[in-house]
Ligand binder design. Structure first.
Ligand code: GUN
Length: 296
């Protein structure tokens, strides 16, 4: 079985972006700049945003972290996004989700300039993705494509089963895998909480992407011998024997599935690292596109 190691694949992207940033600096230009907005102190969100800021520092990007208490009013957040939209030195804006109940996620996503929408969540970005136009691909599906590319895994003509229909992962992943792109051209089945006979479908899959957020949900008896398995799950499961009091579990039962799959992503150390790599590629692309338009 081939272990789809996110450390190895993300390192390759990191190196590529580090070189590209170095070249910009050598030409006397500023580096790409990502602004991350974090509301509240959700533990998982804190970890993700810290990882993004750290990655920026490592590849030479500028980053700005804007933090708010979870009591913030929607207007204050929208005003901040308007300010970041206008700021010519900011190339990419991301607002870490989820947001507190008093704030409409849809309104917030809608308020980000599509030119700076490095998460690829804006309806303009999603519409362009569906139409096969150049766009910002949401970071996790983008990271999965980069993983498939790094390990040179053929997808054309295969049957891919995606479990989960979220706007962040499952739905865009299903669109990309069915798109006419290098690591697409699959026949795709998108499964969700109302799918009947899920195991019957996953047993027919050459590729399974599990993004439902239920720890160790996919067992060996649900997959076909030799399938490629991509685990997007990252659930914190209480474990008093772990140093932090919890362990991160994926949606795949790694132990049993690793004996049957031909390729499998670990959790942690798999898709999570690729998500950040995808975001950073989007930020570089936002920078390059904006440089063509911004007259300085
Ligand atoms: N919450 C979970 N995943 C993501 C992501 O990729 N981007 C943002 N902004 N929030 C998230």
């Amino acid at each position: 079985m081939l272990l789809l190691d996110g450390k190895v694949a993300s390192q390759a992207v990191k190196k590529e972006l580090m070189i590209a940033t170095g070249e910009l600096i050598d030409q006397g230009k500023r580096p790409p700049h990502l602004a991350a907005v974090l509301v509240g102190n959700n533990g998982a969100s804190e970890t993700y945003v810290a990882g993004k800021v750290k990655f920026c520092a490592e590849i030479g990007y500028q980053s700005t972290l804007v933090r708010y208490a979870d009591t913030i009013e929607e207007k204050e957040l929208l005003d901040k996004i308007a300010e970041l939209n206008k700021d010519d030195t900011v190339d990419g804006i991301l607002v870490q989700l989820p947001l507190p109940k008093q704030i409409s996620e849809a309104k917030v996503i809608d308020s980000i300039s599509p030119d700076k929408d490095v998460d690829g969540f804006h309806p303009v970005s999603v519409g362009r993705l569906v139409q096969g136009l150049d766009t910002f691909i949401p970071a996790t599906p983008f990271g999965i494509l980069l993983m498939l590319e790094h390990f040179n895994l053929e997808t054309k003509g295969k049957h891919a089963v995606v479990i989960g229909r979220s706007n962040i992962v499952g739905r865009p992943m299903s669109i990309l895998l069915s798109s006419h792109i290098k690591y697409g051209n699959c026949t795709v089945t998108l499964c969700h909480s109302h799918t009947k006979n899920l195991a019957e479908l996953t047993q027919q899959a050459d590729i399974v992407v599990a993004a439902l957020g239920r720890p160790e949900f996919v067992k060996a008896n649900m997959i076909k011998e030799g399938a490629i398995i991509i685990d997007v799950g990252i659930t914190r499961v209480d474990d008093i024997s772990a140093p932090k009091g919890y362990r991160i579990k994926g949606d795949i039962d790694f132990k049993s599935v690793s004996e049957k799959a031909s390729a499998l992503t670990p959790v942690p150390g798999g898709v999570g690292l690729m998500t950040i790599a995808g975001l950073m590629k989007n930020t570089m692309n936002a920078y390059l596109r904006r440089q063509e338009q911004v007259i300085d």
